[in-house]
Design a protein around this ligand. Sequence first.
Ligand code: ADP
Ligand code: TRP
Length: 324
Amino acid sequence: MVIVMRVLSGIQPSGALHLGNYFGSMKPNLEYVGKAESSFYFVADLHALTTIQDPKELRQLRKDIVLDYLACGFDPDKATLYYQSDIPYHTELAWILSTVSPMGLLERAVSFKEKVEKGISPSVGLFTYPVLMAADILLYDINLVPVGRDQKQHLEITRDLAIKFNNTYGETLVVPEPLVRDDTAIVPGTDGQKMSKSYGNTIPLFGSDAVIKKAIMSIVTDSKGINDPKDPATCVIFQIHKLFLTDTERKALAAEYKEGLPYGEAKKKLLQTYMDFSAPMRTKRQELEKKAGYLEETLASGAKKACLVAGKTMEKVRKATGLQ
Ligand code: ADP
Ligand code: TRP
């Protein structure tokens, strides 16, 4: 049996991308472009309103994330790229789904509780966040949604809502399968904890040379002597460096650590690797920024393609519910 892969991924426009985002989310997501029968990538700007309420900031962030994706090799001819808010069907389906969502299902969502604990305002939108996310997915007859572990429960809610809708109104929506990236390693930050914007320990993907150098040079090390053997398994510099390397390169670098590579030298090597890796992406990003109208045209054409697919699902939903 041939299973047609229809993949979708939602990207939060939440700030400058760092290496954790790149290796933990963007790189694995981009692997589907061109492989799936169709793939949809959108900037979750409606979801972002639950945390960002500064219009200038949101406008900049959603544009930046598109530039980041394009600079990192996303090919808009092979996949559909759009802003969520450009497709009004997302909010329409979200409302309809909310009328079949049991309160208890949403009350059990851990991400709402975690966000409120972090100080985010407990708005109705934050509470119904998973319903909008379900609509994002169910509009496109998606069968695979690659997500990090933190999003697994949201995918379970999506499946529950699709099943609930189908039980109420007859088979209408495709029930998607989550593809949880349990295997992507947590990228450590410069202080050895998980790299995260909220910990101020990031190495940005598109920072200036000076910012990147400062971040890499500040990576924590232990107190081993300059020429003492170093343990690659526990060294944060190595744990970050290895992400860029092939198996053979990784083994060769590990051997140098064991032979006593000084930490200062290890950091310089990582900086060089990082610069070689990011140079083409940074050049591409600068070129894209200068290409007047390119971003807008790419997003408009993505929105047009997305609208066609989502519109067909909405027609089925409207007929099933009696709205048409
Ligand atoms: P941050 O912690 O900086 O706020 P986000 O929560 O916005 O990052 O992360 C967006 C995506 O990037 C998530 O899917 C998450 O799984 C991935 N990600 C973030 N930080 C890391 C990390 N240190 N290692 C691996 N993946 C990460
Ligand atoms: N909630 C996701 C996150 O925080 C973003 C998102 C919104 C999403 N809608 C989606 C992810 C649909 C996958 C599918 O990263």
